[in-house]
Design a protein around this ligand. Structure first.
Ligand code: BES
Ligand code: ZN
Ligand code: ZN
Length: 495
């Protein structure tokens, strides 16, 4: 996306569309941008006859002459007293959806005058609203369908702001690019986005992004490291597992270090505890945590954040076959603890356990955050609006809750009471991998916690219900959402 600015309405150049914001007033819509007076001959009539009220996300398209654009869109922002960054996102997303329908590539966008919000928050809401839905996954469509192809919004000129707001817009655009990268990885065919492909992407980041280094452990090295749980899950796959470590060092003098572990199951059949029809079709999304972790590295480098952050991605398919690992059998983890397999479909916690133990032992983390499409239970608990949060540390948990609400990638904390550990008791091994139906999202996290080094602040984000949508909603497209990227980048920006 190309961003530019015009200080005033009359300084703007031609485009396909001009967007003018309005508040919902007591009697009729009221301009949120004072220079709109210059456009009164176009906008007065629809407002006077109540064809446009300025309600949240309301959009009225006018075809005009004598202006640098052939179209003017009146955009409603709702009541001025109630405006929030999230409401801006939702309202401006409606603009992008309309641009897609009309194949509009260039828009002049007047920035509302709104003392209640800081200018940079205004710009953030607008830019995220415009860019988050400005996404399409076309890679698997044949050229014959080109006619239907969505034309993406290409250039936005913000009117009424200066250079510092332009800088904010460009930062937001870099973050949205990372969100789109995460979505592409999740949406891609499971047969294309394989463990080796994730490793290639991580190696690519090391080539193209500043201060980024990638190390990939292949199967031999994983065997040498004795990551027995990652190897167990991998057994029935003809594709080798990988263990990816991608570091961004933006503050080499500091010892502060955030480790982000992303679940990288590139396809989850369930293994011998095979998933039923209806439960397997979307399981290419089971690496959404890995995609977000790698995208965070890309964004951190693009923004040149003064932080140190490492993405760790254990990755394999979870397949079924004569080499499958078996329910009831006991496998040794990287940490040395032995695990009785309760269900081969609970594979995510196994590969994360080895990653958590490895990161705790070798990466000197100040904090570990794992992102994983881990349980169906989190969908029952929180649905697709909210990510599950479980943490051993109140400070870290509160930060995630705060930035979750700022980015609207909201998280809700569930408890890790030690009594839940009883559900994971094994008579034959140190721990059992599953704890039965009740509190499924919690017992998964209780299992993970066993592998986190003592004293290390750790948070687990269960994104199973937020990473992938069966229908588009607001500024989120159908399928992959890229959830976690904006949340974690915002956390890193504020550390
Ligand atoms: N990948 C799934 C969780 C999932 C479910 C992600 C739906 C996205 C949408 C995970 O590996 C899994 O199958 N978990 C099991 C655990 C159970 C067997 C203890 C589940 O939640 O059913
Ligand atoms: Zn599974
Ligand atoms: Zn899974």
């Amino acid at each position: 996306m190309n961003f530019s600015i015009s200080a005033a309405l009359k300084a703007r150049k031609g485009a396909d569309l001009l967007v003018i914001p309005f508040w919902k007033g007591k009697k009729h819509a009221e301009p949120a941008f004072s220079s709109v007076a210059a456009l009164h001959r176009h906008v007065d009539a629809p407002i006077a006859i109540h064809d446009f009220h300025g309600k949240e996300g309301e959009l009225l398209l006018l075809y005009v002459s004598g202006e640098p654009e052939k179209r003017i869109a009146l955009l409603g922002l709702g009541a001025q007293e109630a405006i929030t960054v999230e409401k801006l996102r939702r309202a401006y997303a409606a603009v992008t959806r309309m641009c897609h329908k009309k194949k509009i590539r260039e828009a002049n966008v007047a920035v509302p005058e709104c003392p209640a919000l800081a200018k940079q928050d205004l710009v953030r809401g607008i830019v995220e609203g415009l860019l988050l839905p400005n996404y399409v996954f076309n890679a698997l469509k044949h050229d014959a369908l080109k006619e239907d192809k969505i034309v993406l919004l290409h250039a936005v000129n913000l009117i009424g702001v200066g250079k510092s707001e332009l800088a904010v817009a460009k930062k937001c655009a870099a973050i949205c690019r990372a969100v789109h990268m995460a979505r592409d990885l999740v949406n891609g065919n499971a047969d294309d986005v394989t463990p080796q492909h994730l490793a290639d992407v991580a190696q690519g980041l090391a080539k193209t992004c500043k201060h980024v280094k990638t190390t990939v452990f292949d199967k031999k090295r994983i065997e040498k490291e004795k990551m027995g749980l990652l190897l167990a899950v991998n057994r029935a796959s003809f594709r080798d597992p990988v263990f990816i470590i991608t570091e961004y060092k933006g503050n080499p003098k500091s010892s502060d270090h955030t480790v982000i572990i992303g679940k990288g199951i590139t396809f989850d059949t369930g293994g011998l505890n095979l998933k039923p029809t209806g439960g397997m079709e979307t399981m290419r999304d089971d690496m959404a945590g890995a995609a977000a972790a790698l995208a965070v590295i890309q964004a951190a480098s693009a923004l040149e954040l003064k932080v140190n952050v490492t993405a760790v991605v254990p990755s394999t398919e979870n397949c079924i076959g004569s080499k499958s690992y078996k329910p009831g059998d006991v496998y040794s983890s990287y940490s040395g603890k032995t695990v009785e397999i309760g269900n081969t479909d609970a594979e995510g916690r196994l590969i994360l356990a080895d990653a958590l133990a490895y990161a705790s032992e070798h990466l000197k983390p100040s904090r570990i955050i794992d992102l994983a499409t881990l349980t169906g239970a989190v969908d029952i608990a929180l649905g697709s609006e909210t990510t599950g949060l479980l943490s051993n540390n109140d400070v870290l948990a509160d930060l995630l809750i705060r930035f979750g609400s700022e980015t609207n990638e909201r998280v809700w904390r569930l408890p890790l009471y030690e009594e839940y550990r009883e559900q994971l008791k094994s008579d034959i091994a140190d721990i059992k991998s599953t704890g039965g139906r009740s509190a499924g999202c919690i017992t998964a996290a209780v299992f993970l916690q066993e592998f986190v080094g003592k004293q290390i602040p750790w948070a687990h984000l269960d994104i199973a219900s937020t990473a992938f949508l069966n229908e588009s909603k607001r500024y989120l497209p159908k399928y992959a959402t890229g959830v976690g990227v904006r949340l974690l980048i915002t956390l890193l920006e504020n550390l």
